[in-house]
Design a protein around this ligand. Structure first.
Ligand SMILES: Nc1ncnc2c1ncn2[C@@H]1O[C@H](COP(=O)(O)OP(=O)(O)OP(=O)(O)O)[C@@H](O)[C@H]1O
Ligand SMILES: [Mg+2]
Length: 251
């Protein structure tokens, strides 16, 4: 299966922002993107329906032919963890249900899954976000707020992702505000500790931004490549090879 599991060091760090731009760019390259956000809390009610904002944004960015219910069937109003929100509604969901939602209809395309919260946030009654990523065996893209404290958060998450035997597609160091970074340089500091691609993402007012070509190409398997893909991009083959992420042994 081809795709990516987008997780974060926490909530509100830019998972959807990243997923939307990824979906848009892949779609532009002629790749069929299958977006999934299997459970979403904090949904506003409109005309008697709960609207999952993240799922809707991913659905639109991927120009997805399936329904919004395929993307996100489990929706809750309370802006709390999905498992607790489900409990408040007297519902219980399992990791297996989340897996089925992600897999159903995903055969023909690139499966783009956004979790809820962070890698170790509970997603279902019997599992964490990590368990869904493992069941799907997708490479993980880690999004972090590029601020003071990010180094610790990234290293903890990278260790967790690797301990679970998953491939780390990269780390998005996402600037959530326009404040000057000063002397802080998290990308440079992280490169001394981890051996995976690190993609700094500047703060931007616009919701659409082009993510780095190297990231896009590292996620695209040969079997999904199209002629339009090769002509639309003049990347070297070298950018398609991403080293398996490993925490460098402390010297
Ligand atoms: N690089 C950026 N520049 C400007 N604004 C950003 C950037 N990244 C994210 N944002 C904004 O920050 C907010 C949080 O981002 P986003 O919704 O993508 O986070 P999330 O991790 O998906 O949150 P959740 O845990 O609720 O799903 C959004 O308003 C988003 O538009
Ligand atoms: Mg989100």
């Amino acid at each position: 299966m081809h795709g990516v599991f987008i997780t974060g060091t926490s909530t509100n760090v830019g998972k959807t922002f990243t997923g939307v731009n990824l979906a848009r760019q892949l779609t532009r390259l002629g790749i069929t993107v299958i977006p999934r956000k299997p459970i979403e809390s904090g949904c506003e009610e409109e005309n008697g329906q709960l609207i999952p904002e993240d799922a809707l944004a991913l659905h639109r960015a991927a120009n997805y032919s399936g329904s919004l219910a395929d993307v996100c069937p489990f929706r809750f109003q309370a802006p709390i963890s999905p498992v607790r929100a489900a409990h408040l509604g007297n519902r219980i969901f399992t990791t297996e249900q989340m897996v089925n939602i992600c897999l159903k209809g995903s055969e023909e395309g690139f499966l783009l899954v956004e979790g809820a919260g962070g890698f170790y946030s509970p997603l279902a009654e019997n599992g964490l976000n990590a368990d869904l990523a493992i069941a799907l065996q997708l490479p993980v893209l880690l999004v972090v707020n590029d601020t003071l404290g990010a180094l610790n958060q990234v290293l903890l998450n990278v260790e967790a992702i690797q301990r679970r035997g998953l491939k780390l597609a990269g780390v998005i160091l996402n600037r959530l505000d326009n404040d000057p970074a000063g002397k802080m340089d998290n990308a440079a500091d992280l490169r001394g500790h981890i051996d995976c691609p690190i993609y700094p993402q500047a703060y931007c007012e616009a919701t659409t931004v082009d993510l780095p070509d190297a990231l896009i190409h590292s996620l695209i398997p040969d079997s999904l490549s199209t002629d339009s893909l090769s002509t639309a991009n003049s990347l070297t083959a070298a950018t398609t090879t991403v080293k398996a992420a490993t925490i460098k042994a402390a010297s």
